[in-house]
Design a protein. Structure first.
Length: 426
């Protein structure tokens, strides 16, 4: 293999120590002078007849086949120094020599260096020739040394192989090494991409969780705000309804009080007016009946008849408040006739009578109609007389006082009207 060297002094030291059991060794290779190097690999040509024991101190990616053990350095430390550790257990007795090759890349230019070979024996006393057994075996190589010598295979042939075959083996080996290196780079790239994807996924997950938490918090705040608003609206509506109900109740109570006061006032006024009207009507009726009695007395004197009333003694004429008896009418007739001069009077047969049942200071036709319905009266027999301040309501049109007495009794029995009294129709 041709040696490609550039102005960089790469140095390697092998530290070989017995590992306990016979034929077992710990190999520690320290490489320095790699400042600015991108990637590197180191190949120990230890065939698979010997046992490879991985070291827990070595974290490099490794490749083991039937001819060698290879380690890949994907990132050289900035100090330019790296350490490779491995363990080996020899398969037989005698001395074994293992070549070591180092290849590195700087600015996409590859360089290969043959490091010192490692000589091992089954007995520790034969660890190194011409050196005490207790001393460490350390060898050194420099990239500025003579051009590279092709590494010897672990089991050298007694006869040299043809150059063509050797060159083909070297090319095949280089192709394998290149493929392994490419595979290692691809694996490292996949791992890096996987780590990046995992980091991105974790970041995205954290972002989504944060957004979800923020959205949930906003929704919860919105729900609380809406609940508070709804509660406030409900409280306001309830207060409004209670206020309206209280106002309505107060208005209804005031209306009831007002109606009660008006009813009481109307009742008092009605009672007072009824009493006054009854007194006036009674006085007028007494006067009229006295005049009629006087006229009748004058007529009976001429005919030689006794002085008497057509209704008989002690008989009520109206049967209501303020009604006059026949005896009272006769007494007034006698007194009146003694004091006054005789005047022509209308014929008794031409007078028309009615029974007054109401006297209203505030007339309402609807109230009158309701009264008529309640007492089952005939509307055609109802008479109204407006005297200015009062509307006087009477019932029936009667030709004699006898009919008037019968009508008063009928009103009491059939129509539940007990305070009607006789009046003269105009």
């Amino acid at each position: 293999m041709p040696l490609q060297a550039f102005l960089q002094n790469v140095t390697a030291f092998h530290d070989v120590q017995p590992a306990g059991a016979a034929g077992s060794y710990s190999v520690k290779t320290t490489v320095s002078g790699l400042e600015g190097v991108d990637i590197a690999r180191i190949t120990y040509y230890i065939d698979n007849s010997h046992t490879y024991n991985p070291s827990p101190n070595n974290g490099l990616f490794s490749d083991r086949n039937d001819k060698y053990i290879k380690f890949y350095v994907m990132a050289v430390p900035p100090s330019g120094t790296l350490t490779v550790e491995l363990g080996v257990t020899l398969s037989g007795t005698g001395e074994f020599v293992f070549p070591v090759e180092f290849q590195y890349s700087k600015n996409e230019e590859k360089t290969s260096v043959n490091f010192p070979r490692i000589s091992l024996t089954h007995e520790p006393s034969m660890l190194a020739a011409n050196e005490p057994a207790t001393e460490e075996v350390k060898t050194e190589a420099s990239s500025n040394a003579s051009p590279e010598v092709e590494p010897e295979t672990p089991a050298e042939m007694e006869t040299e192989e043809p150059a063509d075959n050797l060159e083909q083996k070297i090319k095949d080996e280089e192709a394998k090494n290149l493929a392994a290196e490419q595979a290692a780079q691809e694996e490292a790239q996949r791992q890096k991409e996987a780590e990046t994807a995992a980091q991105q996924a974790a970041a995205e997950k954290a972002k989504q969780e944060k957004l979800a938490a923020e959205q949930a918090a906003q929704e919860e705040a919105q729900r609380q705000k809406e609940a508070e608003t709804a509660a406030q609206q409900a409280a306001a509506e309830k207060a409004k309804q209670e206020k309206l109900a209280a106002e309505q109740a107060a208005q209804e109570e005031a209306q009831r009080q007002k109606e009660a006061e008006e009813a009481a006032q109307q009742a008092a006024e009605e009672k007072a007016k009824q009493e006054q009207l009854a007194a006036e009507q009674a006085a007028a009726q007494r006067q009229k009946e006295a005049e009629e009695a006087a006229q009748q007395a004058s007529t009976t004197k001429t005919e030689g008849e006794s002085n008497s009333s057509p209704f008989g003694n002690n008989t009520e004429l109206t049967g209501g408040n303020g009604a006059a008896s026949v005896n009272e009418l006769e007494e007034e007739t006698t007194n009146t006739s003694a004091k006054s001069t005789e005047t022509p009077a209308p014929s008794p047969s031409s007078a028309k009578y009615s029974i007054q049942i109401l006297s209203l200071s505030k007339f309402s036709q609807s109230r009158l109609d309701q009264y008529i319905r309640e007492h089952n009266l005939d509307p055609s027999k109802v008479h109204k007389k407006d005297t200015g301040e009062w509307m006087k309501i009477s019932y029936g049109e009667l030709s004699s006082k006898d009919e008037a007495r019968e009508m008063i009794q009928k009103l009491r029995r059939s129509h539940n009207i007990t305070d009607g009294f006789l009046v003269t129709l105009p």
